[in-house]
Design a protein around this ligand. Sequence first.
Ligand code: ZN
Ligand code: ZN
Length: 411
Amino acid sequence: MNTNKLKNFARLAVEFGVNLKEGEDLLISSPIEEPRLARLITEEAYKKGARKVSINWQDDELTRLTYKYRSQETLNEVADWEIAKLDYQIAEKLSNRISIHSQDPDLLKGLDEKKIAEAIKVRSQATKKYVKYTMNDILSWLVISVPTEKWAKKVFPNLEKEKALEKLWQVIFDVTRIDEDWEITKSNWENHIETLNKKAKFLNDYQFDKVHYTSKNGTDLWVELPKDHIWMSAGSTNAKNDMFIPNMPTEEIFTSPKKDGVNGRLVATKPLVYNGLLINNFEFTFKDGKVVDFKAEVGEDTLEEMLNSDQGSRYLGEIALVAYNSPISNSNILFYNTLFDENASCHFALGKAYPTTVKGASDLKDEELSKIGLNDSLIHEDFMVGDKDLNIKGYKGEKEVDIFVDGNFAL
Ligand code: ZN
Ligand code: ZN
């Protein structure tokens, strides 16, 4: 692995990712199997004047043992001290958050799915009030990934362990636009942000009433957009008015659909890993926003579990555009990791909508959000629908405009 690129990755995460300012706290979560990036990020953050950097180590093996052996009762326990910790780190200190997410895509395979789903649901309910700190961009947050052994072997099954890890590092650096030289890395990102912003601005100025998706694979879906919707691109702004970039890599421009304004058939084009379980070759039928029918060749039970999470989990909460001709897509690699796969493909998310995607909605209460058409749920799960045949047209009154032709932006 190229150590100069790794150092630039850390600097990119702190300077452009969360854009940490002097006196602020940083909370990192990282796989314990690959601690090097987390250490460099910590150093970079202190150099920028961070007050305190804290870390939550994640270990896939321990996670599996936890779900395998612990009873439902103990899995469902959310201790007072855990809430107190969130109160302090998130609500009080508004810590910048960097999640280094790397998981074995088959981590929970063969375990009791119902038990896992219930435990995750109970925890999500208990910690729901902290979700708004990221979903409403109150604090700066960033999701990135580093290679871990099982993940790398899943992506490159024909390579030996060391080669698979090395290859995955290379690909992550490439698609995250990281160069050995810091100035080049920096200008890569400045240019990329500007390109995405221009497309978002076009869509924002147009304010389409609805969009129509069609593809040879059978997708034929109408999606209404809420009044005063905002297409977001790479950059977001936190409550202190500092710019940050929530995902690295990022290729998407996204907004929210109108909760009850989605109708038709939507066919997924890549597999999805949900709670450590794989779902593949799946599709949905929507009526007035709701999933009324679905099927999956692999993981249909897992998909059903996900759809039945709560009232909002059968409705869409995100619509995102990614060109078929873009770095992650062109790599032709299936990552089994949503951060990468969602940035290779046009996608939607089932579940909660980002309040930042409608003018003035960040200050609204949950009940008010649903009135303006934004969905609420404990889940927010992206799934991919883009392919080389995807066409998307936008409609404003009588006017029809090509947004995507044959998988790519027509703008
Ligand atoms: Zn997205
Ligand atoms: Zn999403």
